[in-house]
Design a protein around this ligand. Structure first.
Ligand SMILES: [Zn+2]
Length: 292
């Protein structure tokens, strides 16, 4: 077990509970062979705080007391649900078996992703589902836990979710400075989602950002050009995490029940509704994406 980084005293680490619904399952054996549950869960919570907050902005009004991890045979990968005072992460034992060649990395990567769902702001439940998933995978990416099949894509929509959005957010973080995605999360604390958050943070509309990003990636595919190192609008870019083989054509099938106020050209979407209080509704965030 590598030494873990010291946890800033202000990070409110919750208690953890663990339930295994089939201890005789091969996935359970693999899990306990490669994972120290308390260390892995602490690591996931610490990663979430590190990339979503600073010690000054970490939520203090409400502190999550406990996260329950349930390992069970089920389809898909994992899902997280709960209220502000109770979070449960259900993790597929079958998925653990299916990824046994890289079980430790995969389990911790999925835990990081799911724990982010326990802590990220969701713009009062109006954040597009793709952005919710993208931020979760952004944290996973920044912890160096991206699966080998992940890759940057320059087609489709910026809020397709998962690694597509995560790499786009990573590019924004590189281009506009460390902490930009943290600010994006913070923006969604007490406001309903609006795409102008990207303009406020970067000076550019999100569609323009996506266009620049796609153009850079497309240019990087030209033989002989350096991968993802480009000059745009006179600004020199840093290199990114441009790695990842295209091992499959994974389809994003995340639960989009949070998909409200999707980024579009409709300026009437929830301009700037302020709201007091925090709901206590049960939210379910399914991660059915086959992460193999
Ligand atoms: Zn998710």
């Amino acid at each position: 077990m590598p030494p873990t980084a010291p946890i800033p005293p202000s990070w409110p680490i919750p208690k953890f509970d663990l339930r295994v619904e089939d201890l005789g399952h091969e996935g359970a054996s693999i899990f306990f062979d490669v994972i120290n549950p308390i260390a892995a869960l602490r690591e996931a919570v610490t990663a979430s705080f590190k990339w979503l907050y600073t010690p000054e902005t970490a939520p203090t009004k409400y502190v999550l007391p406990m996260i329950l991890l349930v390992l069970k045979p089920m389809e898909g990968v994992a899902h997280t649900f709960g209220t502000q005072s109770h979070k449960e992460i259900h993790f597929s034992l079958d998925h653990i078996v299916n990824s046994k060649n890289r079980a430790r990395e995969e389990i911790i990567g999925v835990l990081v992703h799911e724990v982010v769902h326990c802590y990220q702001y969701d713009a009062l439940e109006t954040c597009p589902g793709g952005l919710i998933e993208g931020i979760a995978d952004f944290v996973r990416l920044h912890e160096g836990l991206e699966p080998p099949h992940w890759k940057r894509v320059h087609t489709g929509e910026w809020d397709a979710g998962y690694q597509t959005t995560a790499y786009f957010l990573d590019w924004i973080e590189i281009r506009y400075g460390e902490g930009t995605i943290r600010e994006l999360n913070g923006w969604m604390k007490e406001r309903k989602y609006h795409r102008r958050v990207f303009k406020e943070l970067t000076g550019r509309p999100v569609r323009k950002l996506w266009k620049i990003y796609c153009a850079q990636l497309a240019a990087a595919e030209v033989p002989g050009k350096p991968a993802f190192k480009a000059v745009v609008d006179g600004e020199t870019e840093h290199g990114g995490h441009l790695v990842g083989e295209d091992l499959d054509n994974t389809t994003v099938e995340g639960d989009t029940r949070l998909l409200v106020g999707e980024d579009s050209d409709n300026p009437s979407v929830d301009e700037n509704s302020e709201s007091e209080g925090e709901g206590d509704n049960w939210l379910v965030i399914d991660d059915e994406q086959p992460d193999l």
